[in-house]
Design a protein around this ligand. Structure first.
Ligand SMILES: Nc1ncnc2c1ncn2[C@@H]1O[C@H](COP(=O)(O)OP(=O)(O)OP(=O)(O)O)[C@@H](O)[C@H]1O
Ligand code: SF4
Ligand SMILES: [Mg+2]
Length: 416
């Protein structure tokens, strides 16, 4: 298994021109950090359910995505989390135009891109790229790494004219921490973590402004996950990228996200800054997800309330009336069956000035801290005497600040 060259992980070794070029092109862009680069409103994807072979008749629809709203600010990382089947990948595919939406609007820099076609669409697609979940199946085994990373230049030759492509690809390998001399190798000659680095390099090839990463670390060994998350984090700052980072559990996204949206059965049910979501969740589903986040410290674990959700996620072809979470919610009342809760600041928090004042689609939203906030756990002495404050471990999967960065590993260490 080939080892990486650690000297190349800062993305500037080997005389790389890519970062400076990318920076120049980013500097020329009109959008400033903090402005919404992407606005998603009422996004819907319904797949028709049909019966019959010759004469197909629609008998229903799989409501994979059923009215998703969010903004992505320039330079921001938005984490999207939710259980399997809640529609995360379908949202991702619509954002990068791999799937046409059934309804709703995706505005990129103010323009609705769902209506674009031809050259205008091609230009937008260049700026919104995807990193896929599975580095084993998303890379063509018959193509060299150089061909895989350089393939987008066939469609966008203006980004890298033919004579400069090899150098561009080598620069990209360098930026993601792989040895540029591996350009002629095939995917099977790399480990899972290294393959995901190749997928990331391909995503960066066209100097995009937005990267949609669909569970980029889920298929990787736990020990490698933090390395790839750290790489994405570093690239985000280096290239001023805006990120939509999809994961199925809250522990992975905390390390990298500025804001987090929690999805359930085709909709976002709660969205806010990472502090609002992790330390002041108000939606029962978010609270249940948080209660499942691994807490390594045994003392902190004692203070974590475990909420076990009963029943399965309903089929997206038969979404419950009213609140779609009501069949599993321990707080459900009659109103929940009759009235769809909107994603907005709940009335009870509207006039407050607390972190609980963020969008949550629940009629009976209530703040409930499930895990102790980072670094502030206070535990009482067994003999009633108050104990001095004790640092709670981060529930995220990323390394603590004291852990050496994987991007500064010793020579010889490598992704697995
Ligand atoms: N082409 C399709 N035709 C019919 N149904 C589909 C299609 N693609 C996805 N679905 C359904 O839409 C729902 C959402 O799927 P999606 O892949 O977006 O979920 P997900 O949140 O990404 O799940 P996972 O965490 O397992 O990747 C699922 O019920 C899935 O079966
Ligand atoms: S609206 Fe009702 S069912 Fe839905 S999450 Fe809130 S309390 Fe539970
Ligand atoms: Mg998925």
């Amino acid at each position: 298994m080939p080892a990486e060259d650690p000297s190349r992980r800062d993305g500037t070794a080997g005389g790389s021109t890519l970062v400076s070029e990318a920076r120049e092109s980013i500097a020329a862009r009109p959008y400033a950090e903090g402005e919404p680069i992407l606005e998603v409103r009422g996004l819907v994807k319904h797949y028709p359910l049909t019966r019959g072979i010759l004469f197909k008749k629609q008998i229903g629809a799989v409501k994979a995505v059923d009215g998703v709203d969010f903004d992505l600010a320039a330079g921001e990382t938005l984490g999207i989390v939710g259980e399997s089947g809640c529609g995360k990948s379908t949202v991702a595919k619509m954002l990068v135009h791999l799937e046409p939406p059934t309804g709703g609007v995706i505005r990129y820099k103010g323009e609705d891109v769902t209506k674009l076609s031809g050259r205008a669409l091609k230009a937008v697609r260049r700026n919104i790229q995807m990193v896929f979940q599975d580095p084993y199946t998303s890379l063509n085994p018959r193509m060299t790494v150089g061909d895989i990373i350089g393939e987008p230049y066939e469609i966008h030759p203006e980004v890298a004219p033919k004579g400069s492509r090899r150098q561009k690809v080598q620069d990209l390998l360098d930026v993601v921490g792989l040895n540029p001399e591996y350009i002629n190798r095939y995917p099977h000659q790399f480990s899972g973590g290294q393959r995901q680095r190749i997928g990331i390099a391909r995503g960066l090839a066209l100097n995009p402004e937005i990267i949609v990463a669909d569970e980029p670390v889920s298929a990787l060994d736990v020990s490698v996950q933090a390395q790839v998350v750290n790489l994405l984090d570093r690239l985000q700052g280096e290239f001023s990228l805006s990120f939509v980072f999809i994961a199925h559990d809250l522990s992975i996204v905390r390390h990298i996200s500025d804001r987090v949206g929690v999805m359930y059965l085709g909709r976002i049910v709660e969205i806010g800054t990472d502090e609002e979501i992790y330390d002041h969740p108000t939606h029962p589903y978010t609270q249940a997800l948080l209660s499942a986040v691994p807490v390594p410290d045994p003392t902190a674990r004692e203070y974590r309330e475990r909420i076990i959700l009963h029943g399965d996620v309903p089929s997206p072809a038969a979404v419950p009336s009213g609140c779609r979470f009501r069949t599993r919610c321990w707080k459900a009342q009659e109103r929940c069956e009759l009235e769809v809760p909107l994603l907005a600041v709940p009335a009870v928090f509207r006039d407050t000035d607390t972190p609980a004042r963020h969008d949550s689609a629940c009629h009976f939203a209530e703040e409930k801290r499930v895990v102790p906030p980072e670094g502030t756990l206070e535990t009482p002495e067994p003999q009633d005497a108050p104990k001095p404050p004790r640092a709670a471990p981060s529930p995220d999967a990323g390394p603590s600040p004291d852990t050496p960065s994987p991007d500064r590993r010793e020579p010889g260490e490598e992704d697995r």
